[in-house]
Design a protein around this ligand. Sequence first.
Ligand code: BEZ
Length: 210
Amino acid sequence: MPLQLGDTVPDFTAETTEGTVRFHEFIGDGWCILFSHPADYTPVCTTELGTVAKLKDEFDKRGVKPIGVSVDPLDSHKGWVNDINETQNTTVNYPIIADSDRTVAEAFDMIHPNIDDKATVRSVFVIGPDKAIKLTLTYPASTGRNFDEILRVIDSLQLTATRKLATPANWKPGDDCIIVPGVTNEEAYEMFPGYNAVKPYLRYTPDPTK
Ligand code: BEZ
């Protein structure tokens, strides 16, 4: 069965562009985003990997370690990283797993044979400090991912992980949050004084992180 939200991610040891990584050790006590690429030396992937490198400060601020994976060998990754740095005007500053035996791709169900029986799709796994999956996304090879959206989702995941709050459609940091249905009105008065009940089930409160 494919990995689902809440599942503990498989542990593995892999060669990467930054040396050997033991995955659970790599995650440590922080957050992680594992994202796959169909193959090395492909155009969309080149832009995605460059984009993540440029956003590294944003991932750092949130305590999130990025790690890419592609089913090509380490030598190929190293040559490709030079191209990414040159063409995207950046320096790749996080590891890319060399998954030529597809251990990681198979463990995370990143190969979808009805699309391609060799290359991975564009999978994203956001993993929490408890090593559990908090979010998955699957894009086809032809569509590059929006990493600003992934940062926005991480902001929501981190805000809601420790509070009885959810975030509404198109929420962004600073916007009002929603009190989750399981909270009684009495509890809501205690936790979120002055909250705004538009309907009994639709209760807004300011973003507590701002
Ligand atoms: C790409 O990464 O550019 C790509 C890979 C496979 C198919 C289409 C695009």
